[in-house]
Design a protein around this ligand. Sequence first.
Ligand SMILES: N[C@@H](CCC(=O)N[C@@H](CS)C(=O)NCC(=O)O)C(=O)O
Length: 205
Amino acid sequence: MKLYYAPGACSVGIHVLLEEIGKPYEAEAVNLRDGAQFKPEFTSINPKSKVPTLVKDDGAVITEFPAIATWLAASFPEAKLLPQGADKLAKALEYVDYAVATLHMQGFSRIFRPANYAPTESDHEAVKAKGEEIFSKGLTVFDKALEGKEYLLGEFSFADSALFYVSFWWKGRLGKELPPNVAAHYQRMLARPAVQRTLKAEGLA
Ligand SMILES: N[C@@H](CCC(=O)N[C@@H](CS)C(=O)NCC(=O)O)C(=O)O
């Protein structure tokens, strides 16, 4: 397997899952700042120009965080990343989709790329504020989901890697406070050897 990632990007969540699984894999950094994601070397693998991108051992390519995370969890059952039963699996996918499609794509994208939402610079602060509002509301939902639990499904699962990367962005990159249960979850994640290895490998430790 080969993971294309960018240090500290959402791909960090997939990197964590690969470390949790512990099977051999390659990891190649894509320099998003230099636009490497738009160059033919990368678009020939993922024409969407996005990380994470996973190339399987048979050469097939998987894109989109929820798809990669689900495939990894389902393909390596011994790592116990896949919640058992339809109800728990649906819940895990619900959490992953909320982290990726709402907190990341709707919230964080506004905070980091306000120009994509408003061409006029004087509107950018309002766009960022909207992004923070979406992100904060999302964290509140996760905080409630974590009540009385160590991990989102009780036991650690692939869903936790999605909450980890958005928590990392909020706390680790923006320096903002996480609500209490999410903060405790973030600390629990940081204590996991797989997370520590990932952060070190991405130069973020
Ligand atoms: N919906 C995608 C989002 C992936 C995504 O937005 N990745 C960002 C990094 S966090 C990226 O590759 N950005 C490069 C760009 O937009 O040029 C997924 O679930 O994987």
